[in-house]
Design a protein around this ligand. Structure first.
Ligand code: NAD
Ligand code: LMR
Length: 306
């Protein structure tokens, strides 16, 4: 098993660390900046003795080292600064994602692609169109991270164990993301029952602004610990062919009544990527919120001028 991580910045390097410590695959770490992937890979390799992993980890500015990858994770691109939305990254990141997809695919034609670069729904759509790959093989990080945030906030607010929360956040990884209290549970009990309307609203708002809250603290970059943990969770499902259900940015072709758009929905992940898109029985209001979110993503996709 071989996994490539493109972008050796905060998310990419932390992901490489998480993955090599699992010791289930060789890792190739690529970045455009000379010395960064080499230095970070060398540093990580020097932890093999104390951590006891045996797989290879190589850093490079060239895609040669990525040849034959089973999974390619794309974290290359610019992160937002305080006051910016993710949407404002679209111009520069679209150029980067296009280049990275083309170069990666040229040497790893059978890989499953996981897109992290923002705005992730539009970048996943772009990667699909540039690669021409079937939709099963390209999907993006959204709901695992947004759901992780919701779970953390619920744990704090309701004084419960975050591990008992099964969160459900769908739609755009952006301002129009939708928290679904009826489908978010704590030990099997829906959030819609456990919390009053005002508390549900406050939890949803904090989740939607979860990324910006961290950007506001960090000032010079965006979140990377929970994002890299979330991608590692997705990679794990693919490597182990687990069929685990989680919410990801996926291309819709009629599911939820929506087509030709990438949006966060529940999927099952396995060795071939998306094994199934799960359609929850949303009521009219819940469906309307998802449709509104899809319209926000469609505007971004239109701006790509594909
Ligand atoms: N989808 C999500 O939930 C999610 C979560 C966290 C971050 N992100 C996004 O992921 C991206 C990376 O975030 P980060 O915090 O790691 O940023 P970062 O600035 O720390 O790292 C980005 C890296 O990409 C590299 N890069 C730029 N152009 C490249 C190219 N053409 N080829 C290869 N590498 C290139 C840079 O040199 C840098 O090392 C951002 O767009 C951020 O918004 C998305
Ligand atoms: O907030 C960001 O810009 C990065 C990422 O999308 C996140 O949600 O942490």
């Amino acid at each position: 098993m071989k996994i490539t991580v493109v972008g050796a910045g905060n998310v990419g390097a932390t992901l490489a660390q998480r993955l090599i410590e699992k010791d289930f695959a060789d890792i190739a770490l690529v970045d455009v900046v000379e010395g960064i992937p080499q230095g970070k890979a060398l540093d990580l390799r020097q932890s093999a003795n104390v951590l006891g992993f045996t797989h290879k980890l190589i850093g490079s500015n060239s895609y040669e080292v990525t040849a034959g990858s089973d999974i390619v994770v794309i974290t290359a691109g610019i992160a937002r600064k305080p006051g910016m939305t993710r949407d404002e990254l679209i111009g520069i990141n679209a150029r980067i994602v296009r280049e990275v997809v083309e170069k990666s695919l040229a040497v790893s034609s059978n890989a499953v692609f996981i897109i992290v670069t923002n705005p992730v729904d539009a970048m996943t759509y772009l990667a699909l169109k540039v690669s021409g790959l079937p939709r099963e093989r390209i999907f993006g990080l959204s709901g695992v991270l947004d759901g992780g945030r919701l779970a953390a906030f619920i744990a704090e607010e309701l004084n419960v164990d975050a591990r008992d929360v099964v969160p459900c956040v769908m739609g755009e990884h952006g301002g129009s993301m939708v928290v679904y209290p009826r489908f978010t549970t704590v030990k099997g009990m829906p959030l819609s029952v456990l919390a009053d309307a005002a508390k549900q609203q406050a939890l949803a708002e904090r989740t939607v602004n979860g990324g910006a809250e961290i950007v506001g603290f960090l000032k010079t970059g965006s979140a990377f610990y929970a994002p890299s943990a979330s991608v590692a969770h997705m990679v794990n499902a693919v490597v182990n062919d687990s069929g685990t259900r989680m919410n990801c940015a996926a291309y819709l072709d009629g599911e939820y009544g929506l087509s030709d758009v990438v949006l966060g929905v529940p999927v099952r992940l396995g060795r071939r990527g998306i094994e199934e898109i799960v359609e929850l029985p949303l009521n009219d209001d819940e469906l309307a919120a998802l449709k509104a979110s899809s319209e926000a993503v469609r505007k971004l996709i239109a701006a790509l001028n594909l």
